[in-house]
Design a protein around this ligand. Structure first.
Ligand SMILES: Cc1cc2nc3c(=O)[nH]c(=O)nc-3n(C[C@H](O)[C@H](O)[C@H](O)COP(=O)(O)O)c2cc1C
Ligand SMILES: CCCCC(=O)C(=O)O
Length: 331
């Protein structure tokens, strides 16, 4: 691992309350998927092309995936993350500890709003209005969480509530409840996606799709794009690594909408592999949390800087091009 990312992770582990460290680091069940998300990158290799000049210099194809409760990591919380994001798209969690309007105000680049559809449609509606009024540029509906994942570390640590003074700020004053309300997980259907799309002019992405048939349905229901994601190994511990689920989704979608791959991306090489396998960009979750916990805005900035620098270096080694024929198994 890049020594800067390793150093930030070590520092985060040292400074965080161990219960909060476990909340950030942990996964569901035996944490098989959590480990496999990273291991999957090690099972693939890139065959670079040579003598192609410098090729194209790509944009930095990285988004900050939504993660909850940044004030558990650092007192500045999501404000620090937003300031550090610069041009990188920040997908701000509905479970942020700073209201979405303040996150957008602190950001210098685009902010998208991650949404868990709520059983009371008035609550969902109010959240969408809040995201629109704040200036968010897209909605990302997380669809892999009909129920909460069972995180053994949190259960063992009896971590159920935020410490006093912290709250999911977007959940205040919604549909007649002064709040903050609890975020509820519930099962929804494609009709609910249609209803959401009809209720807003914002592009609607889905996050947490693994089955290619669902990706095809998502395209049919007019989504703007898809996060191929297993929620960082936090929802179901029998699914494939996110990277292993990607090829079938790429094939099924056939370029009709952009695909973000998230789960286990830790280096410029990982970014390049995901792109070569057909992702349009990648999302990163935990590395951002480690940077934030270690050093607030500056820490997140360093994480993004390292990934950008590594990615550009790998791309230069590959003649500026990444394509599917360049990916082979690492035997
Ligand atoms: C501590 C933590 C909190 C998360 N909170 C959310 C969330 O509120 N909404 C969501 O859609 N995904 C959430 N995720 C999942 C991330 O968006 C993302 O899918 C995952 O972290 C990517 O894997 P990585 O951490 O290996 O990069 C969370 C992940 C972590 C680690
Ligand atoms: C209500 C908070 C949900 C956070 C989440 O999605 C996660 O911890 O993975």
């Amino acid at each position: 691992m890049n020594p800067v990312l390793a150093e930030l992770h070590d520092k985060a582990r040292a400074v965080l309350d161990p219960v909060h460290y476990d909340f950030f680091a942990g996964g569901v069940g035996d944490e098989i998927v959590l480990a496999d998300n990273e291991a999957a990158f090690r099972r693939h290799a890139l065959l670079p092309r040579v003598l192609r000049g410098k090729g194209n210099s790509a944009e930095f194809p990285v988004l900050i995936s939504p993660t909850a409760f940044h004030k558990l990591a650092h007192p500045d919380g999501e404000l620090a993350t937003a300031r550090a994001a610069e041009g990188t798209v920040l997908v701000s969690s509905m479970a942020s500890t700073v209201p979405i309007a303040d996150v957008v105000a602190a950001a210098t680049g685009p902010v998208w709003f991650q949404l868990y559809l709520q059983p009371d449609p008035r609550v969902t509606e109010a959240l969408v209005r809040r995201a629109e009024q704040a200036g968010c540029e897209a909605l990302v509906v997380t669809v892999d969480s009909p129920v909460f994942g069972r995180h053994r570390r949190d259960i063992a640590n009896e971590f159920h509530d935020l410490p006093s003074g912290l709250a999911a700020e977007n959940m205040r004053d919604l549909a007649g409840v002064a709040g903050p309300r609890d975020i509820e997980m519930a099962a929804f259907s494609w009709q609910d996606v249609d209803r959401l799309r009809a209720s807003t002019s914002l592009p609607v992405w889905l996050k947490g799709v693994l089955h290619p048939a669902d990706a095809v349905l998502a395209v049919g229901h007019g989504v703007a794009g898809i996060f191929v994601s297993n929620h960082g190994g936090r929802q179901l511990d029998v699914v494939p690594a996110a990277l292993d689920a990607l090829p079938a989704v790429v094939k099924a979608v056939g370029g009709r909408v952009p695909l973000v791959l998230d789960g286990g991306v830790r280096s410029g090489g990982d970014i390049a592999l995901a792109l070569a396998m057909g992702a349009s960009s990648v999302g990163i979750g935990r590395p951002v949390l480690w940077g934030l916990a270690a050093d607030g805005e500056a820490g997140v900035h360093r994480v993004l800087g390292v990934l950008r620098d590594e990615f550009e270096h790998v791309l230069a080694m590959c003649g500026g091009e990444l394509s599917h024929d360049m990916v082979v198994a690492r035997c």
